[in-house]
Ligand binder design. Structure first.
Ligand SMILES: [Zn+2]
Length: 603
């Protein structure tokens, strides 16, 4: 596999000085995008590519998108690649790798490469074109020169008939509407484009324009209310960080009804969301949407600028491995929910519930004792993004554990400094120090946290971050005067099996480690037919289990690849939900003060 770094110079923001340097160093590639028949879901691309006098040039397409750690093979949607010289004479194009094309230039100074992109996958990282609008992402759309020379990439859009606007975080290029210029390929890939007639809501913070772009509101999604609350959120993030790190910002909000709802992808000056258009109808769904927006917005600092050393400049052709996604994603989850609360958009109970969900998920995942959060980050490409029925037993989510670690670390720092410092200070200090060209290593980040808290975090790091020790919640509870809600068992039985109803067949989908199901020898994909020789129907499984007590032993009859097998199983006790946070009735004044400073720092 050919691995090429595309840009030696990557601006931390789209700074004009760097753009000019890059442009002076090499001629730009200029793409013209057309949509002659959008109802057929195609983008027609014509790219004017400078050859610098070379007899052959090599073009490349990214195979993945930064922020989504899986090789996606976007080149599978490319067809009809042709090349021509400035007189229109056909040039030879040879495919030299799954995502590489070699053009014989015949000595021309510039060649025009044309291709078509099939665009019918609605997600935050792919393309979608239909009669009414287009959603374009950089990685699945643009071929570029496979080389080390930094150069500008220009985009001219010919909207389809009836499409009035194009919206993107890319800087505009003089010469008319729908013309944009990225200083480098990283910026092009980092800047989705929406074309059509979406509902657009504008507001300003610090004199900077923000746009909520809603495609497909359908008279259902309440755009005006959402824009008002997003502005409130932006102001809270700005308060925490001290300033806004961009010139303008787009919230692209694509309504998908229910199929791909609830996904987001971060960029330096925009975010792409797929949203259920009913999300403003219920408080719970709306809170989830605000937390998603907040998470992606926090990324404008954490990961898009304050980033692990490995995450930029990007190698778009191979997996890029980092141990620090728990900081980039998990801590972002912690702050995403926190900012919604601090902005006054959720109450204390809702915030504690969100935090408790992370803790409960982590503490009921057997894989937490197998995989460290650093290795969960490192193996994201082969584990988190490629889950299977055994994932729960052998892996942990760097989102979930990272959010919990953010909570524990925050409390640790507040405790060590008697409330003078917090994780907020660590994030701000890390941003000052590591948002430049290089990024941070795990040791760098720990170093900043140790400096701010004036305490050694070596032990915490080796147990909780590099290791798989059970997390200790005593300190966080003590710091803020919290407790886990007292619980008692509901007396029901527990098997550790997850099942699905497959057209009336009761099929096992997952078996938890250290569970009665595993001890009994049940397999994933077994069909459960009977308990103690009495038929059990798929829709009566839970009801049937209610007829037994913990400690009872039964015989399961299962069909496994059409063979019938009998398996004795002894029921355990259904574990109580023991990870729900609440304020302790015994909290002291100083604990209450810490809690208040944490929940409401602005007051
Ligand atoms: Zn994220």
């Amino acid at each position: 596999m050919v691995a090429l770094l595309l840009a030696l110079v990557t601006a931390q923001s789209a700074a004009p000085a760097v753009a000019q340097t890059a442009a002076a160093a090499a001629q730009p590639i200029r793409y013209t995008l057309s949509f002659p028949a959008p109802q057929t879901h195609y983008i027609e691309v014509a790219a004017a590519v400078p050859t610098d006098g070379r007899p052959q040039i090599e073009l490349m397409m990214p195979v993945w998108t930064p922020g989504s750690y899986l090789v996606r093979e976007y080149e599978r949607n490319i067809e009809a690649v042709t090349a021509a010289d400035p007189d229109g004479g056909a040039l030879a194009v040879q495919k030299t790798d799954k995502n590489h094309w070699r053009v014989t230039t015949g000595g021309a100074a510039s060649v025009t490469v044309k291709y078509r992109v099939y665009a019918h996958e609605m997600s935050v990282r792919t393309n979608w074109v239909e009669a009414g609008f287009a959603l374009l992402n950089g990685a699945p759309t643009f071929m570029t020169l496979a080389e080390l020379t930094p150069r500008a990439h220009e985009v001219i859009i010919n909207p389809a008939t009836g499409w009035k606007r194009s919206l993107t975080g890319l800087p505009a290029m003089p010469g008319g509407d729908h013309r944009y210029r990225a200083p480098d390929f990283d910026t092009l890939v980092d800047s989705p484009i929406v074309i059509g007639n979406p509902a657009v809501y504008e507001f300003e913070v610090d004199g900077k324009k923000h746009y909520l772009v809603n495609e497909g509101e359908g008279g259902i999604f309440d755009g005006a209310r959402a824009a008002k609350d997003v502005e409130t959120l932006v102001r809270e993030h700005r308060r925490m960080w001290g300033s806004l790190p961009y010139d303008k910002y787009y919230f692209f909000n694509m309504m998908t009804l229910t199929t791909e709802g609830g996904n987001g992808l971060e960029h330096k000056n925009s975010q792409m969301l797929t949203t259920n258009r009913f999300a403003t109808r219920t408080h719970r769904a709306y809170l989830g949407w605000l937390e998603l927006v907040s998470h992606e917005f926090f990324h404008a600092w954490n990961v898009k600028r304050l980033r692990p050393v490995e995450l930029g400049p990007f190698n778009y052709e191979d997996e890029v491995l980092t141990r620090s996604l728990w900081i980039s994603e998990g801590v972002t989850d912690y702050y995403g929910e926190m900012a919604v609360h601090r902005a006054g958009l959720s109450n204390d109970t809702e915030f504690f519930d969100a935090l408790s969900d992370h803790i409960e998920e982590l503490q009921t995942t057997p894989g937490r004792l197998v995989q460290s959060v650093e290795m969960a980050s490192y193996d994201a490409w082969i584990k988190y993004y490629r889950p299977d029925e055994n994932s729960i037993n052998v892996s942990v989510s760097y989102y979930t554990k990272g959010a919990v670690l953010g909570f524990l670390l925050d409390a640790k720092i507040r405790k060590a400094t008697s409330g003078a410092k917090s994780l907020d200070d660590v994030m701000r200090a890390a941003f000052q120090k590591f948002s430049g060209a290089r990024g941070f290593t795990p040791d760098d980040f720990r170093g900043v946290a140790e400096q701010v808290s004036d305490t050694s975090l070596r032990g915490f790091w080796s147990d909780a971050i590099e290791g798989t020790a059970e997390l200790d919640y005593a300190e966080v509870l003590d710091t803020f005067g919290l407790r886990f809600k007292p619980t008692t068992s509901n007396g029901r039985v527990w098997t550790g099996l997850s099942t699905r109803n497959d057209a009336g067949r009761l099929v096992v989908t997952q078996i938890r480690r250290d569970s009665p199901g595993l001890a009994a020898g049940v397999n994933v994909d077994d069909e459960i037919l009977a308990i103690d020789e009495l038929r059990v129907r798929a829709d009566r499984w839970d009801n049937r289990l209610d007829q037994y007590k913990p400690g009872d032993t039964v015989t399961l009859l299962v069909a496994r690849r059409e063979h019938l097998t009998r398996l004795p199983m002894t029921f355990a006790t259904d574990p109580p939900r023991q990870w729900r946070l609440e304020e302790s009735p015994a909290a002291t004044e100083s604990q209450k003060q810490q809690l208040s400073r944490w929940l409401r720092p602005a007051t």
